[in-house]
Design a protein around this ligand. Structure first.
Ligand SMILES: NC(=O)c1ccc[n+]([C@@H]2O[C@H](COP(=O)([O-])OP(=O)(O)OC[C@H]3O[C@@H](n4cnc5c(N)ncnc54)[C@H](OP(=O)(O)O)[C@@H]3O)[C@@H](O)[C@H]2O)c1
Length: 337
């Protein structure tokens, strides 16, 4: 099969190579999926630059790609609930990525069925960011009526997080690129702030919770608008000790991440607030909840640009350049299995 391969980490963000590689081996609990589309994420560029090595080290050469939509070709002996021909999608397990390929083998517990009304391109825009939103809202213990601020909500994360948060009854305030204002308002954002012309720290205060997508440069300001005792989840700051313990890292890594994230833990502690870091993990059940929610509310998925697998490096550069109007997607197999 054809796949996009990372041969070595490259701090400056090197190119992937397209090569023929063997079809991945399947375990008894796996399904083999004919990949139709794959979402391209800032995370892919971070993996290439070696920025998530401490959280998840990879062996090279590595078939890249974290999320996919496609058709089940075969099921392992122990798989129930899926059969050949099902249209499925998923965020791949951290230690077993490989969505930028014609086929992928994945644990059945990591996937869910795609709502019928979503196209293959729209489906590839859902798993990683929708699961991030779900996992972040869970950590925030957000409840209906809470005021949530999402920074950078005009990107591909906001495109999922805003409608999911709205469906849970939250009041959503977001900022981002003015070009995305109409789109995020249509997704349900109650208030939009243009990050280039308005400083949200001047107008917002005492929000119940924050989802940070921007990291170090914005975190002090984000804490300043959070109420006493409020919760903040960061997708981009540094991991802390609580994160390492939550994901079951060995003692030494817990210590390392405790030191790394102590700055934010201290920032939070000043006002009895809480800092959480998240690194989205696969979760077929959570994704099925997302599918059910989408089917019920007919939530739309925002797709920015579609590239062919051979154009993967262009797609990665597009994501790195910013100016996102939703998800950048690779179209891989056009034919039904
Ligand atoms: N930890 C995890 O598990 C996890 C999961 C998902 C995503 N993430 C991270 O979350 C971040 C966002 O992901 P994404 O897919 O949404 O990225 P994206 O599609 O590139 O969107 C980023 C958005 O933020 C806007 N922005 C840039 N600077 C801003 C600022 N100072 N204030 C407000 N908005 C600003 C951008 O506008 P412009 O067009 O003007 O640049 C763009 O609309 C990435 O860093 C990604 O790695 C982490």
């Amino acid at each position: 099969m054809k796949a996009a391969i990372l041969e070595n980490y490259s701090k400056k963000g090197g190119d992937l190579v397209i090569r023929e590689v063997p079809v991945p081996e399947m375990g008894r609990g796996d399904v083999l999926v004919n990949v139709r589309t794959a979402g391209v994420n800032p995370l892919d560029n971070m993996i290439i630059r070696g920025e998530v090595k401490l959280i998840t080290p990879y062996k090279m050469p590595l078939v890249m790609g974290n999320e996919f939509a496609g058709i089940v070709e075969k099921t392992g002996a122990d798989v129930t609930g899926f059969s050949a021909g099902d249209r499925v999608y998923g965020r791949l397990p951290l230690n077993r990525i490989g969505a930028f390929a014609e086929q992928v083998a994945v644990e059945a517990s990591a996937i869910a069925k795609v709502p019928d009304y979503l196209s293959d391109e729209e489906a590839a825009a859902v798993p990683l960011t929708a699961l991030t939103a779900l996992q972040a809202l869970e950590l925030l213990k957000a409840k209906a009526g809470d005021r949530l601020f999402i920074s950078g909500g005009t990107g591909s994360f906001g495109a999922m997080a805003i409608p999911i948060a709205k469906s849970k009854g939250l009041h959503v305030i977001t900022n981002g690129n003015a070009a995305g204002q109409e789109r995020v308002s249509a997704l349900g954002a109650d208030r939009f702030i243009d990050y280039k012309t308005e400083d949200y720290a001047q107008t917002l205060k005492d929000v119940d919770c924050v989802i940070d997508t921007l990291g170090d440069s914005e975190l002090p300001k984000e804490f300043s608008i959070l109420k006493q005792g409020g919760q903040l989840v960061s997708l981009r700051g540094l991991p802390n000790g609580e994160f390492a313990r939550r994901v079951g890292m060995p003692f030494i890594k817990c210590l390392l991440f405790k030191m790394a994230g102590i700055k934010y833990d201290r920032m939070a502690a000043k006002n009895g607030q809480h800092y959480h870091f998240i690194f989205v993990h696969e979760d077929g059940r959570g994704l099925q909840q997302v599918s059910d929610l989408f089917a019920e509310k007919h939530i739309t998925a925002s797709v920015d640009t579609i590239f062919a697998l051979d154009e993967v490096n262009q797609a990665l550069k597009k994501v790195a350049a910013g100016g996102s109007n939703g998800k950048t997607v690779l179209k891989i197999n056009n034919n039904p299995v």
